[in-house]
Design a protein around this ligand. Structure first.
Ligand SMILES: Nc1ncnc2c1ncn2[C@@H]1O[C@H](COP(=O)(O)OP(=O)(O)O)[C@@H](O)[C@H]1O
Ligand SMILES: CC(=O)OP(=O)(O)O
Ligand SMILES: [Mg+2]
Length: 407
């Protein structure tokens, strides 16, 4: 039997998203999400796509290993289990690939060791990614497993954007540089934006705003990333759900010296208890907007800080690119929050940027323009699809490496 299916696992800090895709035609067979892993209220939502049949279960799922086993069991109930001979490979999102991995990579022990070594610079993500890989390997030891790295798309950044202004000897010794993340999404969305404009990716300059729980911006010139807002770790840049983004690094020394906090306490503060959540107690943009509409001052200030930072990055990347053809909004907030999109470009008419209120308010599934007809710069909503991109790269790699099963 020919093996043409790819299972994609996107293990986040407290969630696992997955999709089973048939690569002959890109058909999604199954998709799902395990949320709130490690809490008592974990939830697994599994959809058998063609039948439109969704099953949900609630109850504690202790860790990522248990989550993946629960996913495997759900797939098995639909006859799509990991034991299926039609499965060609498993593709894993791996957040930090350091400076070594600029391409999708077949996973072996050396690759696992390197991903493990990068845990200190992706403490929320790489451990979950590793558990996902090891659990999948235990379930199907014979199957190729491929790592697709968030950092890969950003390896084209020039040194002027990738380096911090510190002593290069120290930077090199500790491998301190700006790696950038969400690269699979920035790559996919910049390409889809070019397609929406009816132009070749090589001819188009795009600012991509990936606004999910984690959030990052990138400047993409002719299909290549030239700058991005996340750095050594996914903490730098935009205001996020629970992360502070940019800050004077001296805040950390101040908290140590004057606040008596340890490095670990500050790490937790800035990664898990800051951003929108730290500012107003909510990290979900829907809830924040509801509170803003009720004139809640704390939520209003959190929203304003979020938008102010976003606007600064749009301006910065406009300057980096020199000529901008499109600004693309993507991920949970970017795809769904019309108020965020409207506020982010408000007042930027001088840069040729504007949003048409009517178009912006329309809810839709596909990529769409929201700028007024004839605008100098296109503003677009472009849904990301990290899972499809990971599946495509995974399948291409296992085919290239001549897996005899794939005929
Ligand atoms: N309808 C909506 N309106 C505004 N924000 C939304 C909506 N739906 C989802 N979001 C936001 O999207 C975020 C999740 O985005 P997502 O890209 O799935 O993030 P992640 O991959 O980091 O989990 C939520 O925290 C929420 O703030
Ligand atoms: C790198 C990163 O921030 O990922 P996520 O948005 O999934 O947390
Ligand atoms: Mg995401």
């Amino acid at each position: 039997m020919s093996s043409t299916r790819v299972l994609v696992l996107n293990s986040g800090s407290s969630s696992v998203k997955y999709q089973l895709i048939d690569m002959r035609d890109g058909e999604r067979l199954a998709a799902g999400l395990v949320e709130r892993i490690g809490e008592r209220t974990s939830r697994l939502r599994h959809t058998l796509v063609a039948a439109g049949d969704t099953r949900e279960q609630e109850g504690p799922i202790a860790d990522h290993e248990a989550a993946l086993k629960a996913v495997a069991a759900e797939l098995g109930r639909d006859g799509l289990g990991l034991d299926s001979p039609e499965l060609a490979a498993i593709g894993h999102r791996v957040v930090h690939g350091g400076e070594f991995f600029s391409e999708p990579t077949l996973i072996d022990e050396n690759v696992l060791t390197e991903i493990e070594r990068l845990i200190p610079v992706a403490p929320l993500h790489n451990p979950a990614n590793l558990t996902g890989i090891r659990t999948a390997q235990a379930l199907r030891p014979d199957l190729p497993q491929v790592a697709v790295f968030d950092t890969a798309f950003h390896t084209t950044m020039p040194e002027s954007a990738a380096r911090y202004a510190i002593d290069p000897k120290i930077a090199d010794r500790y491998r301190i540089r700006r790696y950038g993340f969400h690269g699979t999404s920035h790559a996919y969305v910049s390409r889809e934006t070019a397609r929406l404009l009816g132009r070749a990716p090589g001819d188009v300059n795009v600012i991509v705003l990936h606004l999910g729980n984690g959030a990052s911006a990138s400047a993409v010139r002719g299909g290549r990333c030239v700058d991005t807002s996340m750095g050594l770790t996914p903490l730098e840049g935009l205001v996020m759900g629970t992360r502070s983004g940019d800050m004077d690094p001296a805040v950390i020394f101040h908290l140590m010296r004057v606040g008596g906090m340890s490095a670990d306490e500050i790490d937790t503060l800035l990664n898990k208890r800051s951003g929108l959540f730290g500012l107003c107690g909510d990290n979900d943009m829907r809830e924040i907007r509801r509170r803003v509409d009720e004139d809640d001052e704390q939520a209003g200030l959190a929203f304003d800080i979020y938008i102010h930072r976003l606007k600064k990055y749009i301006g910065a990347y406009y300057a980096v690119l020199g000529r901008v053809d499109a600004v693309a909004f993507t991920a949970g907030v970017g795809e769904n929050s019309a108020p965020v999109r409207e506020a982010a470009v408000a007042g930027l008419e001088g840069l040729g940027l504007a949003v048409d209120g009517g178009l912006n308010a329309v809810r839709g599934d596909g990529a769409r323009l929201i700028s007024p007809a004839g605008a100098r710069v296109a503003v677009a909503v472009v849904p990301t699809d990290e899972e499809m991109e990971i599946a495509t790269q995974t399948y291409a790699l296992v085919n290239e490496s001549g897996n005899p099963d794939l005929t």
